[in-house]
Design a binder for this molecule. Structure first.
Ligand code: ZN
Length: 131
């Protein structure tokens, strides 16, 4: 298993980790199988979406902020309930097919680490499993 350490700089942000994940697939030597990307945090997430136009990231974060406002009479005493809800909505992992020694992603797809309660130091775990 590999670990990516991420130092987020904003309260909410999406960081493209596709090339880092791809480098682990290459290092693993696995030609056909699965790549699991997992985040061990309750206020961060992993998602796959467009990495060509940065405005997509901006729109996703802006819309999540509208749907899940920071202040909303939550009961969670730590005060970051919105971050937990966004993380639960987006999910803590993604599995990507590995074919011919590379990630199987669509032309416009990238793998993103999503921060919802930054800035913080975060970790992402990556495992590559052979068929
Ligand atoms: Zn909390």
């Amino acid at each position: 298993m590999w670990t990516i350490e991420i130092y987020t700089t904003s309260h909410d942000e999406m960081i493209d980790i596709t090339e880092k994940v791809r480098s682990f697939v290459k290092k693993s030597g696995v030609k056909e199988g699965l790549c699991v990307v997992y985040v061990p945090h309750t206020t961060a997430a992993i998602t796959i979406n467009e990495n060509a136009d940065p405005s997509v990231r901006h729109d996703i974060l802006a819309t999540l902020n509208k749907i899940v406002p920071w202040n909303n009479r939550y009961t969670h005493l730590e005060g970051n309930a919105a971050a937990h809800i966004k993380a639960a909505t987006m999910g803590s992992d993604r599995t990507v097919l590995v074919h011919n020694g590379d990630l199987v992603l669509g032309t416009w797809q990238g793998i993103f680490f999503c921060e919802f309660d930054g800035p913080r130091t975060r970790r992402v775990f990556v495992e590559v499993i052979s068929r």
